[in-house]
Design a protein around this ligand. Structure first.
Ligand SMILES: [Zn+2]
Length: 331
């Protein structure tokens, strides 16, 4: 076990820190050399890599190599109903075929529940979360009763229904929600997208960390994993930018180091939709060196890289070496 739940009950110092809103303290298996860059690619195994996910993988790999860092791969299969059996292995094979080799062992979120439970237990012990038995339908009804307009597919800002009522611990199903403080402004500087400010109360409200079906949410898992793996730099698609403020807030209350963030523009199809399984994005073609170089060239173009040879007689490793140089020049 790597995350250690501290004994806070009789510790006046930690209690006073809590009163100042600092939150719990978690010891993590830190990067053995914290000054060394550690990046990661964290695909969800919902299908094979497509042009969009390849661009994210390449961007994070190039940034790690340009910084003489390590590059880790983590399979984000926490949302088991969405996971496709075998997709993880396909993704790993595609990365290998493209010459994007990772450092260390690949980790699977589905095997790390104890870590997430431990983090949640810290928050429970410190009364920073509460039980919630509301269904989506109840939340909608409560919001409507308060005269709040609900946009279709919009984020439901939780109306605090369960926050002030005690839900018995033996209630058959309940989710754990984070109790946000009254004012919860998060600011951060993204290396690509610039300065960001979020008011979490207005934008997302008290969000769920463990669902009523027992699944830990992406927000909790990703924060615990990045800390436990000693990740210093997160390079990922812009579609995840709106999650960043929530993750930074969780890092703050769990007392974890905040990594540096860089969000890359996402690849869109001709209809302007983000490439994804939902928009029927095609798997990248790794059937030969030429097709792989074509895919890599396309990903490089998307990332805005100049001066990478498009010559299909190159070897993949030569192409990648040139791309690292081009990435350094672009920064
Ligand atoms: Zn509720």
């Amino acid at each position: 076990m790597i995350l250690a739940v501290p004994k806070l009950k009789n510790d006046p110092f930690l209690k006073s820190q809590l009163n100042q809103g600092l939150g719990v303290s978690i010891t993590t298996k830190t990067n053995p050399n914290p000054s060394q860059y550690r990046g990661r690619f964290a695909p969800s195994p919902t299908g094979p890599l497509h042009a969009g996910s390849l661009a994210s993988a390449l961007g994070s790999w190039l940034d790690a190599k340009a910084n003489h860092g390590q590059w880790l791969v983590r399979i984000e299969d926490i949302d088991s109903p969405r996971t496709i059996a075998g997709a993880d292995q396909i993704i790993l094979n595609q990365l290998q075929a493209c010459g994007l080799h990772w450092d260390g062992e690949v980790v699977w979120q589905s095997q790390r529940h104890a870590l997430y439970q431990n983090a949640l237990d810290c928050l429970i012990e410190n009364k920073l979360v509460y039980r919630c038995t509301c269904s989506r339908q109840t939340i909608v009804q409560n919001l409507e009763a308060q005269g709040i307009q609900i946009e279709r597919h919009g984020e439901l800002i939780y109306p605090h229904t369960c926050r002030h009522q005690a839900i018995a611990s033996d209630a058959s199903t309940f989710a754990w929600r984070l109790a946000l403080p009254e004012s919860c402004w998060i600011q951060f500087d993204d290396l690509k997208m610039g300065h960001h400010e979020s008011n979490l109360n207005q934008e997302v409200g008290d969000f769920v960390l463990q669902r009523a079906d027992g699944l830990f949410t992406y927000q909790l898992a990703v924060v615990v994993d990045d800390a436990e793996q000693g990740i210093t730099h997160i390079v990922r698609g812009e579609d995840l930018l709106s999650n960043t403020a929530r993750q930074i807030y969780l890092q703050q209350i769990l007392n974890l180091t905040k990594p540096t963030y860089q969000h890359l523009p996402v690849v869109k199809n001709t209809a302007g939709e983000k490439l994804s399984k939902q928009t029927h994005a095609k798997a990248i073609n790794t059937s030969s060196r030429e097709t792989i170089l074509r895919e890599l060239n396309q990903a490089a173009q998307h990332l805005g890289l100049r001066n990478v040879a498009t010559n299909l007689s190159n070897s993949i490793s030569d192409w990648l070496n040139q791309a690292v140089i081009a990435w350094k020049i672009m920064r």
